[in-house]
Ligand binder design. Sequence first.
Ligand SMILES: Cc1ncc(COP(=O)(O)O)c(C=O)c1O
Length: 393
Amino acid sequence: MISKRMSEKLNAGSMIRKMFEEGNRLKKIFGEENIFDFSIGNPDLEPPAEVTLELMNLINHPTPGMHGYMSNNGYLSTRNAVADKLTRSGNTTFSPDAICMTVGAAGAMNATLRAILDPDDEVILLAPFFMEYRQYIDNHFGKAVIVATDEGSFLPNIDRIAAAITPRTKAIIINSPNNPSGTMYPVSTLESINNLVNSYEQVIHIISDEPYRELVYDGQSVPPTQDYIDNLIICYSWSKSLSLPGERIGYTAVGPRHPDLDVLSPAIAMANRILGSVNAPALFQKVIEKAMDVKVDVALYENRRNLLYDIVTSAGFSCRKPQGAFYLFVKSPEPDDMAFSQVCAQHNLLVVPGSAFAMPGYFRLAFCVAESTIKGSSIAFTAVSKHYGLNAQ
Ligand SMILES: Cc1ncc(COP(=O)(O)O)c(C=O)c1O
């Protein structure tokens, strides 16, 4: 027998994964080139050459103990490189002691939540959000409290967040650029969030999930959260910026002005260990140490964004042009986004309903797919548009 909690989770499943499996099924029947699969955020770009070269260098010149355990928070040399990178990216100085190397952003968030939550503590989520957050909170017996962002901009609404804060509120999770909306928070939003949490006596942690920090378009860059937020815990991973999601490498960084700085870092490192990761993968700590200033060719994603945005909006759908990440979050022409995604599937178009991000009435398209898939999908979007009688251009 498995636990009741786990059997509930198995029954619920993940909508994104379901669409992904459906895509694989359809590809077998109709051929890969005839299925337009925008369901999953699995980067299609290969990691930059620097990553492969450093990997080869490590394999060809092994050092004794390179596959052994190290401190639970990771190699000091790697944490130094991360602290240095964060310090260079804003006006805030980080110490390597504030860094814990983790198993991706998911590992970073789980270690963080394990470190701060007591049972029934509340964590505020800003819809739309990456649905796995709910599972991460539940893993550590916390309670997710969902707060809607502003319609249209998807920016956090400070009054609504304030209304949701209770004495049990332990954290707010922010994510910019955002999955699924692609929204990037301006400095004023970060400042407002900071002022809000600082007006409470209890410590409310701001967990900033930043795996898309480098994936921003139109010559913009993401404001460094560490310059604007005091109670900050950054969760980062190289899954997207270096296309390494399978290698599971990331970190947590506690902001230097965080009132719990001294205890938080050791608590996160302990959580990292006892959750079963023990430490982040040794080889990839060493690889990313040498690739701090490297990223995938963001211009390729920008081009894909432009292509897909033009196709979708020309077909008559309504959508905000994403500023970052690799998703388009589009208004569903019918309120039932699940029914809409089924209509799409009948046209070999795979999308994820907005309900999977606590935002019914929308759908998400991941554009980290081949340009040929994006170009080919135009026929399918036009057909779905016709089905709903939209005003195509
Ligand atoms: C917003 C967000 N946070 C966290 C993750 C998990 O990232 P990782 O694979 O590095 O654990 C993802 C993955 O898609 C994501 O989109």
